[in-house]
Design a protein around this ligand. Structure first.
Ligand code: GLN
Length: 537
């Protein structure tokens, strides 16, 4: 069967949740038993988002194959439960550098190289190759930005041309605001947005409407009348309790049936058992038995998207343990003032997530000490593990001046340091310890082994600095467990406290967590937070 395509286009503005719509479409196709994967197009001229500031752009997501991609890939994976590859992320930077390299090589000798046809053909053949090589039934393409942006215009033109050759279903995500003064849903912006797409020669098959209140009948009728699509193709995407409800909400409206029909696929294949399992997990998010309070102490807390995978992993772990995890975002630089540690008082657990640069580091270290001394559950992710080691060295091993050389180059005790192999590296993109790394858990009595229940695990990485093995003996002698290493035994992957519950990992287990398969250390962490809270009562 030749591959088919779904193209998701946003109008009016970005930030409406195209990623959630794309992920929901992927989930629906998966529930119908079709093999589907996403492609995300981002118009920026960065090659990938490895060099972007998470404060501006949200989290950098890492795949097994070392690719540093847009955080939407996190969302796709969390819904679809499948790992992905870097070729599914197409950026303006990748396309332009490829075309220019080809031109320099002489591949277009004699021609003047143009957006149409050279760029558009390149895009179409990439999509065809992905669909073919991965043997997909459907490729779901999310176009970043909004229609009308200069940056994605050539890509949208390629989508128009794609539909000349293949079966393509277009989905327009738009916004229907409610005007406070009149309390009425206004459809004019969405109509105009739709028209902008039609001006580009594309007639959307569906209009998905972001709203705060459920889409009213009047608004639906109006949108249908002015856009030439039937009423049942105007889909409500109003705020819900959790994003994981979105596919269910779309299915309640019959979006799945129409979509499958439009794609000329078999509509009788819905896997009801799988659907019910998803519903059950969503139910656990909406209505859990227990609750815990967890502080995330970081330096990008004002833009929550910077830590989206950590936040979602806590939600997954909560669903698995019947627990609502209330997250408090704590700005680490505030905690440099020890009086401010009172912010952690009502917390059952503390997480220090990944990060780069010096700002707020001492505040993170203070929060780790607080957790250790007050028997709060602690989870350190990458930077959070490095600082857990620094805190332990300083306060439990009395190694004054312990630090990471990322923050103090000539620290007296270089607990965390740069490997010699990283020292000469000047180039920034793609040069860290990246992607999937296998790790061996050597201590069966460790909390890490209890979490994973196996000897060899595999988690993703994104960092330059490492634990300095010169300090292995001394930290161990003082009660820090070092239960897991890279397969060659050379690099520390996990550390843990002997007392209470504290795990630090050099990896980013949050990058593999999904609702159906939550990250084991997050599950243990949420469990421990609850257990320790009960002990304190
Ligand atoms: N900055 C640290 C390093 O490069 C930690 C990175 C991270 O937390 N992802 O090693």
């Amino acid at each position: 069967m030749p591959a088919k395509f779904v193209v998701v286009l946003g109008s009016l503005m970005s930030g409406l949740g195209k990623g959630i719509v794309t992920s929901s479409i992927l989930k629906i196709l998966d529930l119908y038993g079709y093999s589907a994967l996403p492609v995300k197009f981002d118009g920026y001229l960065n090659y990938d988002c490895g060099t972007m500031n998470p404060y501006r752009h949200g989290e950098v997501f890492v795949l097994d194959d070392k690719s540093e991609v847009d955080m939407d890939f996190g969302m796709y994976q969390r819904f679809l439960g499948k790992g992905m590859t870097g070729d599914l992320s197409i950026t303006g930077g990748k396309l332009f550098s490829h075309i220019i390299n080809k031109e320099r090589r002489g591949d277009y000798l004699g021609e003047d190289v143009q957006i149409i046809p050279h760029m558009t053909n390149e895009i179409i053949s990439r999509l065809e190759n992905i669909a073919k090589s991965k043997k997909l039934d459907v490729l779901v393409i999310e176009v970043g930005g909004a229609v009308g942006d200069i940056e994605n215009s050539y890509f949208i033109e390629a989508m128009r041309q794609l539909a000349l050759k293949h079966k393509v279903v277009f989905v327009n995500l738009t916004y229907v605001p409610t005007l406070d003064v009149v309390g009425e849903q206004k459809t004019k912006p969405a109509q105009l947005g739709f028209r902008t797409i039609m001006q580009l020669g594309i007639m959307p098959d569906f209009m998905v409407c972001r709203t705060t209140e459920p889409l009213g009948e009047k608004a639906r009728e109006k949108l249908s009348l002015f856009t030439n699509i039937t009423k049942e193709r105007v889909i409500d995407d109003s705020d819900s309790f959790t994003i994981y409800q979105a596919p269910l909400h779309f299915m309640e409206q019959g979006f799945d049936k129409l979509l499958v029909k439009d794609l000329e696929l078999n509509g009788d294949r819905l896997n009801k058992a799988k659907l019910n399992e998803w519903k059950r997990m969503v139910g656990k998010i909406v209505n859990p038995k227990y609750s815990v309070n967890v502080a995330i102490v970081g330096k990008y807390t004002k833009l929550r998207d910077s830590y989206i995978s950590v936040k979602e992993s806590l939600l997954h772990a909560g669903a698995a343990t019947d627990t609502r995890v209330n997250i408090k975002w704590v700005e680490s630089s505030d905690l440099e003032n020890k009086d401010e540690l009172k912010q952690l008082k009502g917390m059952d657990g503390v997480i220090v997530p990944g990060g780069f640069g010096k700002r707020g580091i001492e505040g993170m270290i203070n929060s780790i000490r607080y957790a250790r001394e007050n028997r709060r559950a602690y989870l350190g992710l990458c930077l959070g593990m490095q600082l857990m080691a620094v805190e332990y060295a300083r306060n439990a091993c009395h190694l004054e001046g312990a630090n990471s050389t990322e923050f103090v180059k000539d620290a007296r005790e270089k607990i965390i340091y740069l490997l010699p192999s990283q020292k000469g590296v000047r180039k920034k993109g793609g040069t860290m310890r990246l992607g999937a790394w296998k790790c061996r858990i050597v201590d069966k009595n460790s909390a890490v082994y209890k979490a994973y229940k196996k000897n060899v695990i595999d988690e993703r990485h994104r960092h330059r600095y490492e634990f300095n093995n010169k300090y292995l003996d001394i930290v161990r002698k003082n009660g820090l467990k070092v239960p897991a290493f890279t397969m060659d035994g050379k690099l520390v992957e996990f550390i843990e406290w002997t007392d209470g519950f504290g795990i630090g990992t050099q990896a980013h287990p949050e990058l593999k967590s999904t609702l159906e398969t939550p990250a084991p250390v997050f599950v243990s962490f949420v469990d421990a937070a609850r257990r320790l809270a009960q002990e304190r009562m």
